[in-house]
Design a protein around this ligand. Structure first.
Ligand code: GDP
Length: 443
């Protein structure tokens, strides 16, 4: 996975937040500091880090959580939103509109350009496009063979001539060749001999003139960290039709720096390279990327976990029917309390469902493990009729149950009190929302 180390550090910061008992200013500041540290360690530019974390802190301190969300959930949401903005917010997918669409790739030698061209060709081929590759790298004869070797197993053709010295000529001929073959996409790979942006940009201009690409793609090595900023900036200024692939984000300690530096220039990052294999290229979508990075899977996963717990309790449709009809007996209550004990207070569960922001009396739904055991013992001394129709339990029945279960009348009354509270609560719930919740949890 890309930026694993950074992701782990950010996830740890958020987990710490999730575990803290209260969320006050000190907690928020600590989370912000943890995030700062994580980003700086990933070589993200310090000024950018400070800007970002200041925004996170300000929002976390000033904004009220939306209805139905806890303070913690809201802060996690803020971190997620700000990091996403930091990386450009919207995905800018590569569009293949015309036939053929001509793409030109540039990048400094060693950036992972040849590999990326092969990956991109394969990516497009998998989406049903017929792709032709042109190798116009006249400086490194090996480039042609390297590219051929990478894509030949997939039946992708490479046009090139290791003997030819004119890059522009090769590019032009290659494009003509594939046009005549009727491919959907032509990718022209240029030389990567450049030591700096100037050479790179110069060649891009020359070849561009000759082949009129629809898009020029700059390949940047993600391991150079925030130094990627200058390359991306120079490139963005030189072409209005440029996009970027940031490579080697797998295992690179500085990848976060490279990604954020490129995003800061406003140049669209369209793909990221996440490994050496031909399939290790991912379309870049800041939202998806950040949510994976933060381990938001975990957080989204929380809902799923609750769902599973619910299922474990074999909460069946007929139970829901009973709730909806306001029928709710002691057995149901027990099953509910048991389920809730496993998954945390019902209040939290309900709050996670958009639009459910119920304010529930805490003690109506929360009960400790010890108490639950006592309830079990008490209920074992009740008759079937009493369990199903608790309203018949009068003073003499209470005394009998207490005696039979070796508990006190006070404890039996407590159980009945809890039952009445829960029943009231379910009755007062909006039936439509309740059934929505039921669907959400797959009852
Ligand atoms: P070029 O000189 O820019 O054409 O670079 P190459 O495509 O030859 O790549 C240089 C090295 O980087 C090769 O060993 C590639 O396997 C490796 N490489 C390219 N992209 C990635 C990537 O996303 N992740 C990893 N780990 N290695 C990559």
């Amino acid at each position: 996975m890309a930026l694993e180390k950074l992701g782990k550090a950010l996830n740890t910061a958020l987990r710490k937040l999730a575990r803290s008992s209260t969320v006050d200013e000190a907690t928020i500041k600590e989370v912000v500091r943890d995030i700062q540290r994580a980003l700086i360690q990933a070589d993200v530019n310090v000024r950018l880090v400070l800007q970002l974390t200041k925004t996170i802190e300000k929002r976390a301190l000033e904004e009220e959580p939306p209805a139905g969300a806890s303070k913690k959930e809201h802060i996690i949401q803020i971190v997620y939103e700000e990091l996403t903005k930091f990386l450009g917010t919207e995905a800018k997918p590569l569009e293949i509109k015309e036939r053929p669409t001509i793409l030109l790739t540039v990048g400094i030698q060693g950036s992972g350009k040849t590999t990326s061209v092969a990956k991109l060709a394969r990516h497009l081929q998998k989406r049903g496009y017929k792709v032709g590759l042109v190798c116009s790298d006249t400086w490194r004869p090996g480039a042609y063979y390297q590219l051929k070797q990478l894509v030949e197993p997939f039946g992708i053709e490479v046009f090139g001539d290791p003997e030819e010295k004119g890059a522009v000529k090769l590019a032009r001929e290659g494009v003509e060749y594939f046009k005549s073959k009727g491919v959907d996409v032509i990718i022209v790979d240029s030389a990567g001999r450049h030591k700096e942006e100037k050479g790179l940009i110069e060649e891009m201009k020359q070849i561009s003139e000759a082949i009129k690409p629809h898009e020029v793609i700059l390949v940047i090595d993600g391991t150079i960290g925030q130094q990627a900023h200058n390359q991306a900036l120079a490139f963005k200024e030189a072409t209005p039709i440029g996009s970027i692939i940031v490579t080697k984000l797998d295992g690179s300690a500085k990848g976060g720096g490279a990604l954020s530096a490129v995003a800061a220039t406003g140049a669209p990052i369209k793909f990221i390279g996440v490994g050496e294999r031909i399939d290790d290229l991912e379309p870049f979508d800041p939202k998806r990327f950040v949510s994976r990075l933060l381990g938001m899977g975990d957080i989204e996963g929380l809902l799923q976990k609750l769902e599973e717990l619910q299922k474990e309790q074999e909460f069946k449709e007929e139970d829901l029917e009973k709730f909806l009809k306001g029928k709710f007996n002691l057995k149901d209550m027990y099953a509910q309390l048991e389920a809730m004990q496993k998954m945390g207070p019902l209040k939290q569960v309900l709050q996670m469902i958009p639009g459910m922001g119920y304010s529930l009396p805490e003690d109506a739904v929360k009960v400790g493990e010890e108490k639950l055991k006592r309830y079990r013992i008490i209920m074992d001394s009740m008759t079937e009729e009493e369990l199903e129709h608790p309203e018949i339990i009068n003073y003499s029945r209470i005394k009998r149950i207490a005696r039979g279960s070796g508990t006190s009348a006070q404890e039996v009354r407590e159980l009945l009190h809890q039952y009445n509270q829960m029943k009231k609560m379910f009755k007062s719930m909006d039936k439509r929302k309740l059934s929505k919740m039921a669907r959400k949890f797959n009852f």
